[in-house]
Design a protein around this ligand. Structure first.
Ligand SMILES: *Cc1c(COP(=O)(O)O)cnc(C)c1O
Length: 387
């Protein structure tokens, strides 16, 4: 059987895959089973921050892999404390909990918000406000947090206690806040799966004001926007706010599974021994990789992310067949006159691999993509979107 046939036979049918088998890669270039080369404009969904098999990252991971691959959280371990220290120093957050995925990070944030509000305001203040068109994960609770009915329908009843409001509508936000006893407001600064929709400064400032005034926790889901993706280390840094909880995953490990919940001053001591945990959380190999990634996301490097972003926006904004370009940094959505799936298929035939978000073509290239690779990819995309 071919890989495709075996996949269809043995893998649960949860994914609609593109007809390509990725076999290997180097930087922003990946190769399929026939040796065909592609420029990767998806990074494994914002995961491979430094592309495929980055030498420094491979070195850091390999060194840890051949020293100690796992210990459990019953013992102390250096890579995870080094990563927590680095994250706290770079963000101003105070403590970190490590898990293995975005959904798990968001579960940790939701548990923390409930415990904080229960202790501070009593049992009635458990609701969490999230945004319509958001995406927070696939577990029953993070599905409930996800403000899109299409994800809910087959799995009811979901965890109760979530209410929703439209992104970028301050009036509706104020109304929903006034009608509910809230523990937290949780949002992505750029809605990724929702079609690469950035929040407005006005809307984020309104959330900040409400959270401060009412002692409601601000939880920012940086699973996709985090780790340099938007041109800042974390997406919230584009908006001048200080969240109470930040969750991240995807790019944090540079290609290994890891998730993190970062706690601010108000929330740093909410979780206590025995109230939360994860067997694999803080895995030394994943953490050693993440230390390498995060320590390389310097101001100079992030300035380059912004420069590349502006190049893409300038090239595509007035291109034939492009209706709009949205997003921040190297997380961009292109609304096209043609069907997005058709554009992606033409790109693929011509050696470029973008992905989709709703009805848009989504670009999430490795942050260290070279100017030459980027130029080539944009030329193919411009050709593919034309009528
Ligand atoms: C991908 C994503 C998640 C879920 O992450 P998993 O690692 O797949 O569990 C949660 N929130 C956002 C914003 C995401 O983009």
């Amino acid at each position: 059987m071919s890989v495709k046939e075996k996949d269809q036979c043995y893998i649960a049918n949860t994914y609609g895959r593109f007809p390509v088998e990725i076999v290997s890669g180097k930087g922003s270039l990946v190769y399929d089973e026939n040796g065909k080369e592609y420029i990767d404009m998806g990074s494994g969904i914002a995961v491979n921050i430094f592309g495929m098999c980055d030498e420094e990252w491979v070195g850091a991971v390999t060194k840890q892999l051949t020293t100690c691959q796992h210990t459990s959280n019953l013992y102390y371990s250096e890579p995870c404390v080094n990563l927590a220290e680095l994250l706290c120093e770079k963000t101003g957050m105070k403590k970190v909990f490590f898990g293995n995925s975005g959904a798990e990070a968001n579960e940790g944030a939701i548990k923390t918000a409930r415990k904080y509000a229960f202790q501070k305001k009593g049992k009635d203040y458990y609701k969490i406000l999230t945004l319509n068109n958001s995406f927070h994960g696939r577990t029953i609770t993070t599905l409930a947090a996800t403000g899109q009915d299409t994800f809910h329908n087959d799995f009811l009843p979901l965890t109760e206690g979530f209410v929703y409001t439209d992104a970028n509508d301050v009036e509706m936000l104020k109304k929903v806040v006034s009608e509910n006893k809230l523990a937290a407001i949780m949002f992505e600064t750029v809605q990724g799966e929702g079609g690469v929709v950035p929040l407005t400064q006005e809307f984020v400032s309104a959330i900040k004001e409400i959270c401060e005034k009412e002692d409601i926790l601000m939880i920012v889901d940086e699973v996709q926007t985090g780790n340099g993706r938007t041109g800042k280390l974390y997406g919230y840094m584009n908006y001048g706010v200080t969240p109470d909880i930040v969750t991240t995953a995807k790019g944090l490990g540079g290609g290994l599974p890891i998730g993190a919940v970062m706690f601010g001053e108000k929330t740093k001591d909410v979780l206590t021994a025995g109230t939360h945990g994860s067997t694999f959380g803080g895995n030394p190999v994943a953490c050693a990789g993440a230390v390498n990634i995060i320590s390389r996301l310097t101001c100079e490097f992030l300035a380059e992310v912004k420069r590349k972003s502006q190049y893409i926006i300038d090239e595509l904004n007035n291109a034939e067949g492009v209706k709009s370009v949205t997003g921040l940094g190297l997380m961009l959505g292109i609304e096209t006159e043609k069907d997005a799936g058709e554009v992606i298929a033409i790109c693929r035939e011509n050696g470029v691999l973008p992905i989709k978000a709703k009805n848009k073509v989504r670009l999430l290239p490795p942050l260290n993509i070279t100017d030459e690779e980027l130029k080539k990819a944009i030329e193919v995309i411009k050709m593919a979107v034309k009528g």
